[in-house]
Design a protein around this ligand. Structure first.
Ligand code: APR
Length: 224
């Protein structure tokens, strides 16, 4: 079976009711992204940031995978599928994708604010004063702006073996994730599904200007 690598961004979860980052005038759920997604923001207003991610974590219990997540999971019938997602939700896993790499962390995990390797599952709210076993404040296991992306080496290794690359619902503005597409071999076809795509079709890049639910199915039909 061929290797299909699927790189997803916030747009793949939009039809599940989770807002994307850059479609709302630079605000994420009413907040400046830097206020809630940077180490400086956390240092300045830790309670606000913890509460923000508590709300995002709670929201996960109210949303469901959509047709795009299900279609991507179904592609495992015909391909070795690796999903590399920038999203912190768990909708790919809940749709049945078996190999999901989270580049920017996971809402359902928290970690020590001092030791990035001290990570645990968490379904509930965390508050100021909630500590890891070593006595440090817990924080969301989310990669914030300015922080390293530890999963990047693994993502590059996976992407470089792709026979087909499918990119869904990302503005391709945030690096290093946006640079992953440059690691596929020169002959690898690339499909981009996005209603407001960052790129135009060119050569081996085919752009499908559709929402994820419809566009991913179109690509599935094209490569079947
Ligand atoms: N289907 C597919 N794509 C959609 C849909 C939809 N229904 N609705 C919106 N989109 C597209 C937008 O056109 C846009 O190109 O999804 C993309 C969302 O872009 P961003 O909001 O920038 O999200 P993303 O690219 O995932 O952001 C990358 O930035 O904020 C950080 O760490 C955060 O992982 C995030 C990273």
């Amino acid at each position: 079976m061929k290797n299909l690598v699927v790189l997803t961004g916030a747009g793949v979860s939009a039809e599940s009711g989770i807002n994307t980052f850059r479609d709302a005038g630079g605000l994420w759920e009413g907040h400046d992204v830097m206020e809630v997604a940077s180490p400086q923001g956390f240092a300045a207003q830790p309670e606000l940031v913890l509460d923000f991610y508590n709300k995002r974590r709670a929201q996960l219990k109210e949303v469901e995978p959509n047709a795009a997540h299900h279609c991507i999971a179904g592609l495992e019938r015909n391909y070795h599928v690796h999903v590399i997602t920038q999203n912190v939700d768990d909708l790919h896993e809940r749709a049945g994708s078996s190999q999901v790499l989270h580049l920017h962390g996971e809402l359902r995990k928290v970690r020590s604010s001092v030791n990035e390797h001290d990570i645990r599952y968490c379904e509930e709210d965390i508050h100021l004063g909630d500590l890891c076993d070593a006595g440090h404040q817990l924080r969301p296991h989310v990669v914030w702006f300015g922080e390293a992306v530890p999963a990047m080496d693994k993502a590059i290794a996976i992407t470089s073996k792709a026979d087909i690359l499918l990119i869904v619902g990302t503005s391709l503005q945030v690096y290093p994730a946006a640079g992953l597409k440059d690691f596929v071999s020169h002959s690898t076809p690339i499909y981009l599904v996005d209603p407001a795509p960052a790129l135009d079709s060119l050569g081996r890049l085919t752009v499908i200007k559709e929402k994820a639910g419809k566009g991913v199915q179109m690509v599935a039909d094209m490569i079947s």
